[in-house]
Write a protein of this length. Structure first.
Lengths: 278, 264
């Protein structure tokens, strides 16, 4: 259960288990509450005068156009490829910037390496960054930098920092406490412990989490291209659908994004399997 | 002996030199390609903080907008919960038919994985933009976009949960001669329920953040409200939207963690 990351990994208990009555009742109550809220939400949803059956049939027809008649119009296949590479470039930048900052914050956030007061501050900061949606971070920075790639890169890096800090800190905490104590007893400094023991032994995990974040950042870069005018394929998606209403080109762009995302997913799975072998 | 050890160190150093060299080259390539201005990025990062400290906070008059903001926030939260719960139904069905421990035939695993991968990797923006053409600026657009976006993630999460939890239960019950539907609905499903609920709660948190993006694009919910204040330069009201969103997300996270502690 490690595909989505450190944010939930710690919350999943491994293996089959016999839940006690209290747990079983709580599970039931949670499901009942969620179902009740859902029914209430659907019953009170403001349809804003949309003719639902017609909209559904229109949408299905639109999906048909998108998925079965993709076509190049304004954007050639070569253009689309360049735009994909551009989006991957944005994802690289946000991941690298995020990883560099997160490496330091992760060391300060690991309970076996930093005092509790410091880890608490880091954890609070990470929770706050995560709670603000990416698009809002990007727009806040866009006031200073203007809409475009620069604001998108800084805004997206923020969420990368938060995610990777948590992932890195948890990887560092996996290191056996005895190793650190032993090194400390020999008079090793904090930096020596970090560079000679902590980083080498957790390097494979760090790489694995970072690539996972890269995969997520590609999806985020597409979204920011559409929503905040960042460069890349996301912007083409926005123009094709929101500006030209050209569904066949939306289809082309969608297939390009889908193919890239699936390739990244396969690469991530391969990388993880390879790292596990080591 | 010594030389063998030296080789290990040399190889290790060469490996890391190669890795960081490649990483540096890719990073510089990306900077050139995307025309990202490093200096401008750093300057605007600092500028944004000064600007935020002097402009981006609510003032007395922005609290008059609080009722409007809370209405939209409630709409967004309800939309996220209902989209997640509705998506969970087909996802659970797909996961049960595709999981190693409950499937009827390995072919279904391939199907379920394929469907899951398709929906997981489809850009949310594409769903939102296509849906908006027919459903226009109604909350249904956001609901359906989040629904389609959640399908893939939930299918995969549920499938891994059932794979993991199911195996033991299935082996034990198969030995007693229990029929497959009985095993699935009496043993596998109940014992994976706590983790299924845990994933649901996680998806709801994610969807609230994504709902902001979808709302921004399609003109619904809290994302739209932020957009309106933002584009009319009413940054005080916009900051109130951010604060209210943060409180809602952290509040939901706290509730979810509390529930998880009891059920897992």
């Amino acid at each position: 259960m490690d595909f989505e990351g450190p944010l939930v990994a710690g919350l999943q208990r491994r293996g089959a288990s016999r839940p006690d009555n209290r747990a079983r009742r709580a599970t039931g109550i949670t499901i009942a509450v969620l179902a009740g809220v859902t029914i209430y939400a659907l019953a009170t949803m403001d349809l804003a005068g949309v003719n639902v059956p017609r909209a559904v049939s229109d949408t299905l027809r639109n999906f048909g156009t998108v998925f079965f008649q993709p076509h190049t119009h304004r954007l050639s296949v070569a253009d689309a490829f360049v735009e994909i590479v551009m989006t991957l470039g944005l994802a690289v930048l946000t991941t690298v910037f995020g990883a560099v900052v997160a490496l330091f914050l992760g060391l300060l956030g690991a309970q076996n390496l930093a005092p509790k007061a410091v880890t608490n501050v880091v954890k609070g900061l990470v929770a706050l960054i995560r709670a603000i949606p990416t698009i809002l971070w990007v727009l806040i920075f866009a006031v200073a930098a203007g809409l475009g790639s620069t604001a998108a890169v800084i805004g997206l890096s923020f969420h990368s920092v938060a995610y990777l800090t948590k992932a890195y800190a948890e990887s560092f905490e996996d290191l056996d406490r005895g190793v650190i104590d032993a090194l400390r007893a020999t008079g090793a400094t904090w930096w020596q412990i970090v560079f000679q023991a902590v980083l080498p032994s957790s390097a494979t995990y760090l790489l694995s989490w970072t690539f996972l974040r890269f995969e997520m950042n590609f999806a985020n870069a597409v979204a920011m291209g559409a929503a905040a005018g960042a460069a890349g394929i996301g912007f083409d998606l926005f123009m094709a659908s929101g500006f030209y209403f050209d569904l066949r080109e939306v289809g082309l762009v969608t297939y390009f994004i889908l193919a890239t995302a699936i390739l990244l997913e396969v690469a991530a799975t391969r990388l993880k399997a390879k790292l596990k072998e080591k | 002996m010594f030389s063998a050890q030296a080789d290990v160190f040399v190889r290790r150093r060469n490996n890391s030199v190669f890795f960081f060299g490649l990483l540096g080259a890719v990073t510089i390539g990306s900077i050139v390609l995307t025309q990202y201005d490093v200096a401008k990025g750093l300057i605007s990062f600092a500028k944004a903080f000064f600007w935020g400290a002097s402009n981006f906070y609510p003032v007395g008059t922005s609290f008059r907008r609080l009722p409007d903001i809370l209405v939209k926030l409630l709409e967004t939260v309800l939309m996220s919960i209902s989209a997640t719960v509705v998506a969970a139904v087909p996802s659970l069905f797909l996961a049960l038919s595709g999981s190693r421990s409950t499937r009827i035939h390995p072919f279904f695993t391939v199907c379920a994985r394929g469907i899951g991968s398709f929906f997981r990797n489809m850009p949310l923006v594409a769903w939102a933009m296509i849906l908006m053409l027919a459903f226009s600026q109604s909350p249904l657009t956001g609901f359906l976009a989040l629904f389609l976006g959640s399908l893939g993630f939930l299918t995969r999460a549920f499938m891994e949960t059932i794979d993991e939890v199911g195996e033991e239960a299935v082996e034990a019950l198969k030995a007693t001669g229990a029929a497959r539907p009985h095993i699935t609905f009496q043993a596998v499903l109940p014992s994976s329920m706590p983790q299924v609920v845990s994933w649901l709660l996680f998806m709801i948190e994610t969807n609230i953040r994504d709902a902001t993006l979808v709302g921004f694009l399609t003109g619904t919910g809290i994302g739209f409200l932020f957009d309106v204040y933002y584009k009319s330069f009413n940054y005080h009201a916009a900051s109130l939207v951010v604060i209210v969103t943060v409180i809602a997300v952290i509040g939901l996270e706290t509730i979810s963690n509390g529930v998880r502690r009891v059920i897992l």
